[in-house]
Design a protein around this ligand. Structure first.
Ligand code: IVH
Length: 673
């Protein structure tokens, strides 16, 4: 056969593959009647991808991968979720879930004896995905990202079997369907067996992430990713109950987990959890707990969320995976806030698919209490994303090794160490001079929840810091002047440099709450940053107020430790100078507060006494949602005091200062109108 005939044959094969893939997609997705097995289907996909790769000029314009184009993207497009994608708070035992149930009831102001239905199902260890359907047609698929904005992986999920491109039956005009993308344990092993050692994935979750977030969508398409739905985002039709939504999912052609339970009794739920925990190794996919969610969706809405965690759901985690190994050495790590943590360097060990060689020893009191030494054989555990930890000594070292004492000086900068009253943690006093702290602060600044600079992580921060390219976070914004220097560094080139500069440019437009979070002030996490952003609206107001204890202590939700940390941070002039420098580089947006047309919008409220119809927490939440500010003490700036039963001194104070008061009923009427 001559070359021409060869080419013709390949061309025909590519054409046939396109036809077959298209037909089988229709059998599967539209008719719901596959006529070949998943494996056979995958074979067609892989064969097609290989041929397209080998003979790019024979690729069909309208072939299975047509909309991708020949060129690789270097970045995912961003997609804003219509409603935020939250994450779950954790529970670890039966007491935690009883407390959860009680919290829910207290918030909803219903008697503790009353029963509420919860839907329970395994927590799959995968990645969350947001599918958007308009008029029943899949218009996008996005990863969680930072919860508000995710990455567009629409092209990557097109081959996932139980994600229909069109919904069946009756469906809302617009709906966000959420669920988990994962790989079975078997498929994970299969994928790994084809990769060389350097590229092997540590566990199915990483393999699923690595398969989904592929700029080369052909790789994603060739991996047998699976999807199970477990949630709902925005929907133009309001479902009343979660199980009602689940019944509809089935009609539309989307799978949910077969393992589930609807129950209201915490004992029953705990039994269900135990039985799943015992049989989890028989499941063909990894799970790491049980998710418990309130069935009533209007109650879910009332409960809302605290920071990124919904109040209406919780993850009851399985106990951590444990293993035994030897401590080879112990050294100290200095964290962002100066905490000095003893870290055990371990003989490497595989713990649930992840190679572990370090574990935290928490603090020096723990070392003493547990009598831990170098050379000891210890038990370690790792749960989910948390840092592995040393639990106890299994066997003492044969010989007596040097004792590990709390260092009097910071192991990094040599400054004095100190311990705060009632705190177990030892700290380096040199908060703004110690380079370990500086590096950790920079890493925090660029991290996902901060400026979210893609491609800028611990490795790059350290590299640039040691080379003196960045001394503090403001230098990040002049890295573009170091083009030649950076391009010539090991691991860098023109493309990666340009990508980095692009990411830095993109990060410059930032909301005030994220900016405050990125400063890494102690005790100022996501929740407190949001509170401060809402309160101060811009960075100048924040700086001005930072010296005024009375202003800070009148902010609802901000505790004394956070207040002290803010004052400490601003008492250091270099921090103020840094903030001013940063505000020149950045475009810091006031957090958008919707202009809500409500009586309480922009008003300062104080609550006192106990409410009858709703809980105090819900009343505050409702008021904040319509743009009111909650203060803890009555002063001249208070607009209204809402007086519940058995109100005390605040009600008196309101009278003295001649401030308007409202009853609970009046408050509810106004807030609902
Ligand atoms: S319900 C928070 N159900 O766990 C929104 N989540 O930290 C309610 N996950 O990112 C989620 N299996 O992707 C729910 N059966 C399940 C789940 C599940 C896994 C993931 C989810 C979310 C994370 C929560």
């Amino acid at each position: 056969m001559n070359k021409k005939e060869d080419i013709k044959k390949i061309k025909n094969r590519i054409k046939l593959l396109a036809k077959l893939i298209n037909e089988h997609n229709i059998h599967y997705h539209q008719n719901d009647k596959p006529i070949i097995s998943d494996r056979e289907f995958d074979k067609l996909i892989i064969e097609n991808s290989l041929l397209e790769k080998k003979y790019p000029n024979l690729k069909l314009k309208k072939g299975p991968n047509a909309n991708v184009g020949g060129k690789l993207k270097n970045k995912f497009k961003k997609i804003k979720h219509k409603s935020p994608m939250l994450s779950l708070a954790n529970a670890f035992d039966s007491k935690d879930i009883e407390d959860f149930d009680e919290r829910v009831k207290k918030y909803l102001n219903i008697e503790l004896e009353k029963k509420l239905d919860y839907i329970c199902e395994p927590k799959i260890d995968g990645l969350s995905l947001n599918l958007t359907y308009r008029d029943g047609v899949l218009i996008s698929a996005a990863t969680r990202g930072d919860g508000l904005i995710g990455e567009d992986v629409t092209q990557n999920i097109l081959n996932i079997k139980n994600i229909p491109k069109k919904l069946k039956g009756k469906f809302p005009n617009y709906i966000e369907i959420r669920g988990e993308v994962f790989l079975t344990k078997k498929d994970f092993q299969n994928i790994n067996s084809k990769l060389d050692n350097k590229n092997k994935f540590a566990n199915p979750r990483n393999a699923a992430a690595g398969s989904l977030r592929q700029l080369d969508v052909n790789i994603s398409k060739s991996r047998p990713l699976q999807f199970l739905a477990h949630g709902i985002g925005y929907s133009s039709y309001e479902f009343s109950y979660f199980d009602e939504y689940y019944e509809n999912l089935e009609i539309w052609g989307i799978k949910k987990n077969k393992i589930n339970l609807k129950a209201s009794n915490m004992n029953l739920i705990f039994e269900f959890y135990n039985s799943i925990s015992e049989t989890r190794s028989n499941l063909d996919y990894d799970i790491d707990g049980l998710v418990i969610k309130l069935n009533n969706i209007s109650n879910q809405r009332r409960l809302g969320n605290v920071g990124k965690n919904p109040r209406w759901a919780i993850a009851l985690k399985f106990s951590a995976e444990k293993a035994q190994t030897i401590i080879e050495d112990i050294d100290f790590q200095v964290g962002r806030t100066g905490s000095i943590t003893p870290v055990a360097r371990l003989q490497s060990i595989n713990l649930g698919g992840v190679i572990i060689s370090n574990a935290t020893l928490h603090n020096f009191d723990e070392i003493k209490k547990k009598n831990i030494q170098i050379g000891d054989k210890v038990e370690i555990q790792r749960a989910g994303d948390v840092i592995p930890q040393v639990i106890k000594v299994i066997k003492k070292a044969n010989k007596v090794n040097k004792l590990i004492n709390p260092p009097k000086k910071c192991p990094i900068c040599g400054s004095k160490t100190y311990k705060e009253q009632n705190e177990a943690v030892l700290r380096c006093i040199n908060t703004y001079g110690c380079y370990a702290q500086k590096i950790s602060q920079i890493i925090h600044f660029v991290s996902k929840k901060g400026l979210n600079i893609d491609g800028f992580g611990e490795k790059q921060v350290k590299q640039f810091y040691y080379l003196k390219f960045i001394k503090d976070v403001s230098d990040i914004f002049i890295l573009k002047n170091l083009k030649l220097k950076i391009q010539n560094l090991d691991g860098w080139g023109e493309l990666s440099f340009n990508n980095l500069i692009n990411s830095i440019e993109n990060s410059k437009n930032i909301d005030l709450d994220k900016f405050i979070y990125s400063l890494g002030i102690r005790f100022i996490g996501e929740v407190n940053s949001a509170i401060l952003a809402k309160e101060f609206k811009n960075i100048q107001n924040f700086i001005l107020a930072s010296k005024k204890t009375d202003v800070l202590s009148n902010i609802d939700g901000l505790g004394p430790k956070a207040i002290k940390a803010i004052k400490d941070f601003f008492s250091y002039n270099q921090n103020i100078a840094l903030l001013e420098k940063l505000s020149r580089h950045l475009n810091i947006n006031e957090n958008k507060i919707e202009n809500i047309n409500n009586f309480f919008n922009g008003k300062n409220l104080v609550f006192t006494g106990s409410l009858i119809n709703i809980s105090r927490d819900e009343a505050k939440y409702l008021a904040k949602k319509v743009g009111a500010k909650i203060l803890s003490t009555v002063s001249k700036t208070t607009d209204y005091v809402i007086i519940g039963e058995k109100a005390g001194s605040k009600s008196k104070k309101a009278k003295e200062l001649n401030i308007n008061t409202l009853t609970e009923d009046e408050f509810l009427k106004k807030i609902n109108s």
